[in-house]
Design a protein around this ligand. Structure first.
Ligand code: WT7
Length: 640
């Protein structure tokens, strides 16, 4: 351990110190980020921060001559200083299922699994897929991969076999970890058999040599001899020590698939050194991390929020995390409030969807809980309305907690814009201010920077350590997706408004991405799935405002034969091609879609019609068939 690191959370930043950080990150960028990298323990500390370049081929380059191991940063260095501190508290959804793992024990479990993976032939740079619900083994698996330099690819339990197959093939994963059967309230999710189906669908493209099955529910599942292995048998054979691989800062730590406006999901590649620095820095600064915090981020580990704020941020900072397997209000309303009270949670980080759902419950549900351990509340994934913000602040925070709305993306690795707790005065409904070193800008349609107050495309003028390095196996797609709309800038896909004093309000995606309860869904993916039904000529998926989910998905479909077409077929196609979570609110069977004379679907019109927003439909005379608009309005009205 060659260099002392700044003990995170040692002192709470004052607003003044925070402003100093913003200034020095802006004017002494290299030195600032080198200093922040010292939050980590490096095998070889980097001598340079960034050589990134948003032009030409695009290069995201952080700490390039540094070497480190992420699992050593999340485990070994804390085992050395406080081995008995609780690293992870796990609670299952059924009463009494609880497990507390100290840093020493978590380290031992990670090492055992890392040894299993090595024995199974997993090499540095290989991909390992993790398809597990919220059990400790999911986190152990991520850290075990990091330990041996394998790239983890965490896959959502709600993906269909087809969705899993696509990601297994693209990543060329060599080992998969899955559950026997996962629980979700009353529902049972057949993880193992869905994974079997997915591997079969990969056919000759599959590189999966072994499937490790974690006994989550403990039921028996079909096992393929030679390929499938029981997790508990395998880890029992291994030692509790495993030497950590020496990783370059620019070696990938993980891939995470996310949806865009076009094409198939893309595997964003996050680096080891830059990403982990960003995870540690943002976790410490945004949530004012203190050594005795009990940090509960409710996100599933299959989303970036789970990567950064369930696992890497808090554990890099030596914190204590809570992992809860179950739903907010199952088996009874207020379940999550009980998890907070039982474990003394101090920082609670969740989504606006969860807040909106809780608001609809009887006030006695939240008022009958103490919640006195809470200090900081956070939300992420979608805008939070001022009304929901105030409810969260007043009813959950009892008026004494900081509330941080955090804006960021899979691509950004960690929080970018927020009112960091204790440092920036929040404005309910606003994402608020860019973190130190985040050079947010607004551009107009011509690509010119807007100064002062205004509204435009939200872009970043400079790289930051957490920025994804590439799209797996497709750097050109990375360049085209994020760096061509506004040359010289990273384009987020979001629009935003800025106030005179620099506060940002996110106005939402400006592309064809729909955000349903924080799930990012590409409309192209939905349309591709619908197109697998041969009775369909074409379809268009759009987002509409939704009270509970933020946005809802609506699909307009043009069948080969009107009258005999069964809209249920659309749901089946989406459930099979993408997953049940993407099944739309409404399906409208229509004769045609509104198109320009050159054949381009006018989505803006569909969005307005689906949302019953019929004011200002604009000039319809440019449509190939203007009469279709009235037909569409009538179809939507008939199904109201
Ligand atoms: C998109 C990114 C960041 C982890 C979870 C989602 C939207 C995210 C906010 C917020 C308004 C938000 C944006 C962004 N978004 N946070 N606080 N306020 N919008 O990650 O799946 O990559 O989605 O979510 O539209 O682009 P993601």
């Amino acid at each position: 351990m060659s260099e002392a690191f700044v003990t995170p959370g040692e002192a709470t930043l004052s607003a003044g110190q925070y402003d100093d950080m913003v200034r020095s990150a802006h004017s002494q960028t290299e030195a600032f980020w080198l200093q922040q990298s010292r939050r980590l323990t490096w095998q070889t500390p980097p001598s340079q921060a960034s050589r990134s370049d948003f032009l030409n081929d695009v290069r995201i380059d952080w700490y390039a001559d540094g070497f480190l191991n992420a699992s050593e940063n999340c485990l070994d260095r804390h085992v050395a200083t406080h081995p008995d501190k609780t690293a992870l508290i796990w609670e299952g959804q059924d009463d009494g299922q609880r497990e507390v793992l100290s840093y020493r024990v978590l380290h031992a479990r990670v090492c055992r699994l890392a040894n299993v993976l090595r024995r199974l032939g997993v090499k540095k740079g290989d991909c390992v897929a993790i398809h597990l619900p919220m059990v400790a083994e999911g986190i152990i698996a991520m850290l075990a991969c990091a330990r041996i330099g394998a790239i983890h690819v965490v896959l959502f339990g709600g993906f269909s076999a087809e969705g899993l197959a696509e990601r297994l093939t693209d990543s060329a994963a060599v080992v998969v970890l899955t559950a026997d059967v996962a629980r979700r309230g009353d529902k049972r999710i057949p993880s193992k058999t869905t994974m079997d189906d997915a591997i079969t669908r990969c056919g000759a493209a599959s590189r999966v040599r072994h499937v490790l099955v974690v006994p989550v529910t403990g039921v028996s599942v079909p096992m393929q001899a030679g390929r499938d292995l029981r997790y508990e048998d395998e880890v029992a054979r291994e030692a509790e020590e495993c030497p950590a691989e020496r990783m370059n800062a620019q070696d990938p730590l993980f891939l995470l698939y996310t949806s865009g406006s076009t094409g198939r999901p893309k595997g964003l590649v996050h680096s080891t050194g830059g990403y982990l620095t960003w995870a540690a820095f943002t976790h410490a600064v945004v949530f004012d991390h203190k050594a005795d915090d009990i940090f509960w981020c409710t996100a599933d580990t299959s989303w970036i929020t789970g990567h950064t704020y369930v696992v890497y941020g808090p554990l890099a900072n030596g914190g204590t995390i809570v992992v809860y397997e179950g739903l907010p209000s199952w088996p009874e309303p207020g379940r999550w409030w009980d998890v907070i009270d039982r474990n003394g949670v101090t920082v609670f980080y969740t989504s606006p969807t969860v807040v909106r759902a809780a608001m609809r419950e009887d006030d006695t549900v939240v008022r009958s809980r103490s919640l006195k351990s809470l200090r900081i509340l956070g939300t992420v994934g979608e805008p939070i309305s001022p009304e929901a913000w105030h409810w969260f602040h007043d009813e959950v925070g009892k008026g004494r907690c900081a509330v941080v709305d955090t804006w960021w993306q899979t691509e950004t690795g960690g929080v970018m814009i927020t009112a960091a707790a204790g440092c920036v005065v929040p404005r309910p409904g606003a994402a608020s201010r860019p973190l130190p070193g985040v050079e947010a800008v607004l551009l107009d349609a011509q690509g010119t920077e807007i100064t002062g107050a205004g509204e435009g495309l939200l872009c970043m003028a400079r790289s930051w350590p957490g920025q994804a390095m590439s799209i797996w196996q497709d750097h050109d797609r990375f360049r085209q997706t994020y760096f061509t709309t506004c040359p010289g800038y990273y384009f987020t896909g979001d629009g935003a408004r800025r106030e005179e004093d620099g506060y940002y309000w996110i106005t939402g995606r400006v592309d064809d991405v729909v955000n349903v309860s924080g799930h990012r869904i590409g409309t192209a993916e939905i349309e591709d799935a619908v197109a697998t039904d041969h009775e369909v000529v074409e379809s268009a998926a759009v987002g509409i405002p939704h009270d509970l989910k933020g946005q809802g998905l609506v699909v307009f479909v043009v069948p080969r034969e009107q009258g005999v077409f069964d809209p249920e077929a659309v749901n089946r196609a989406i459930a099979a091609g993408v997953g049940r979570y993407a099944v739309p609110e409404k399906i409208y069977v229509v004769r045609d879609l509104p198109k320009t004379r050159s054949g381009k679907i006018v989505r803006r019109l569909l969005r307005k019609i689906a949302a019953h927003d019929l004011e200002g439909l604009g000039d319809l005379s440019t449509l190939a068939d203007p009469e279709i608009v009235d037909e569409l309005i009538a179809t939507v009205k008939a199904q109201e």
